[in-house]
Design a protein around this ligand. Structure first.
Ligand code: PLP
Length: 475
């Protein structure tokens, strides 16, 4: 046994027999060196091992502390709740986005709906009209926190959902990605713990890597999408500062969490005084009559920063997003002024004219119907060929299908193989880190099933079947 393992075991025993209480400080590294006679490196390795096991947590410049005991027991039933101390995803995402940009590639891995569905002639006409007016792009009225009229319109859309909102609660950003990143940056410092869902939009992992944060992940609940028990246990166990969650039309899986669960999440956030950055970019892409409520609706104590954008409804090229930010408005504007300065003035002006018109609502209605239709067609097509070997997760919103392949199929190899046929899919390693298997793929179903798409799906099915059979052949 390594010396560090030996030391980790003896400390573990002290924690388990209650000699060291929850949240008490462990001896500093130097003290431990003196006590144990081991080298500094051995002690550090032992502490890191205990941290990876979830028995202790660290605080920047303060040292190591014993994790919550109750939570330790609860987590025994949820072994997938874990610390991801080491995150490395930025290069992978960069390479993926570069490799799939080519227009010749069938974009089944894209995160954006088919551009034909997003194009709106009326909006383009309004942008053209504004482009002729100097005021629309030279004026400084759209600097942070953003164009006042646009913020009033966004605020009134919240109020319509029963979330009383003032224009001053809103900061306009360059897309949701900036809203999310600035929110996380404003709320955390390097070394802080944040909580993510086990499968989550890669932007969350990228931000955590860039800011040097420690990530705790909780598994999805097989029926409800969100696992409240794991969430509660993780909040008890680790000094989590911020959660970053998707609860409506989750990317990549697609589920929407019930109001009851959202209510419980809000209660726990308040109890533990933990902030939530809510990524709600697909909020408008529901299928039924009712727009799902955001966590902001259940947030009586202002722990939620709600982020969204127009990228998924009128195009990512607009680069207009926002954050419902509450008391962090100044902190976020401060960061924004040091980076992008402001979102496009011209587009902000155009949206002020476009959004209140009946054109936007009509556009949304058509978009939702078309997405629902296309996703259903994709689902039937894939189900007909794959349902015996793969599990296809269908949820009624958005435009993603999440497909579970047999465990021995590596989705990254499948992605590489399909790229040779100029077809892109999104492999699960973009969304879930540090897992034993990577046998999921996300498919963008927003396209009409024309000949090009049909051929791409046929090729995808063929490659999946080859990969499945490869294992049976080699037995
Ligand atoms: C879940 C999720 N959040 C945020 C973003 C970023 O959106 P935006 O283009 O508004 O920056 C995306 C884009 O793909 C996304 O899928």
């Amino acid at each position: 046994m390594y010396k560090s393992e030996q030391l980790a075991r003896s400390i573990r025993a002290l924690i388990e027999n209650g000699s060291w209480q929850a949240h008490s400080k462990l001896p500093s590294l130097r003290e431990q060196v003196q006590r144990s006679g081991f080298s500094l490196m051995t002690v550090l390795n032992a502490y890191q091992e205990l941290e990876a096991q979830g028995l202790v947590y660290s605080k920047e410049k303060s040292g190591y502390f014993v994790a919550g005991n109750l939570a330790t027991q609860a987590l025994a039933h949820h072994p997938e709740t874990k610390l991801n101390a080491h995150i490395e995803i930025n290069s992978q995402v960069f390479n993926y986005l570069k490799a799939t940009q080519d227009e010749e590639i069938v974009p089944l891995g894209s995160a954006f709906p088919c551009s034909d569905l997003l194009y709106n002639a009326k909006l383009m006409q309004i942008i053209a009209q504004h482009a002729k007016r100097k005021r629309s792009y030279l004026n400084s009225d759209s600097m942070p926190p953003g164009n006042l009229e646009l913020r009033k319109i966004i605020a009134s859309r919240y109020s319509l959902q029963g979330i009383p909102t003032d224009a001053n609660d809103i900061v306009i950003t360059s897309g949701a990605l900036e809203a999310l990143n600035l929110s996380l940056q404003a709320l955390t410092q390097a070394g802080d713990y944040i909580l993510l869902q086990q499968n989550i939009f890669y932007g969350a992992w990228q931000a955590a890597e860039r800011l040097g944060l420690k990530v705790i992940t909780i598994p999805e609940h097989p029926q409800h999408g969100f696992d409240l028990v794991s969430f509660d246990a993780a909040l008890n166990k680790y000094p989590i500062k911020v959660c970053w969650l998707m609860l409506n039309s989750h990317n990549p899986i697609g589920f929407t969490v019930s109001n009851e669960i959202k209510f419980q999440i809000a209660k726990l956030l308040h109890e533990h005084q933990v902030y939530l950055i809510e990524d709600d970019v697909y909020q408008e892409l529901y299928y039924g009559a009712q727009k799902p409520l955001p966590m902001k609706y259940f947030d009586q104590h202002n722990y939620v920063l709600h982020c969204s954008s127009f990228s998924k409804t009128i195009g990512m090229g607009t680069r207009i997003g926002w954050v419902h930010v509450g008391k962090f408005s100044n902190a976020i504007q401060h960061l924004q002024m040091m980076s992008t300065l402001s979102a496009s003035t011209l587009v902000q002006h155009a949206l002020v004219d476009f959004l209140p018109s009946h054109h936007y609502e009509k556009h949304l209605r058509q978009l939702r119907l078309q997405l629902e239709h296309n996703k259903q067609v994709f689902y039937q097509f894939l189900k007909a060929h794959l349902s015996t070997q793969c599990e296809i997760y269908y949820y009624s919103s958005g435009y993603f299908l999440w497909v579970k392949l047999p465990e021995h199929v590596d989705s990254m190899s499948l992605y590489r193989q399909l790229l040779e046929y100029k077809i892109a899919i999104a492999p699960s390693s973009l969304f879930r880190l540090n897992t034993l298997t990577q046998n999921f793929i996300r498919i963008n179903c927003s396209f009409n099933l024309n000949e090009r798409i049909q051929q791409a799906l046929a090729q995808l099915i063929c490659c999946i079947q080859q990969a499945i059979n490869h294992r049976s052949d080699s037995r």
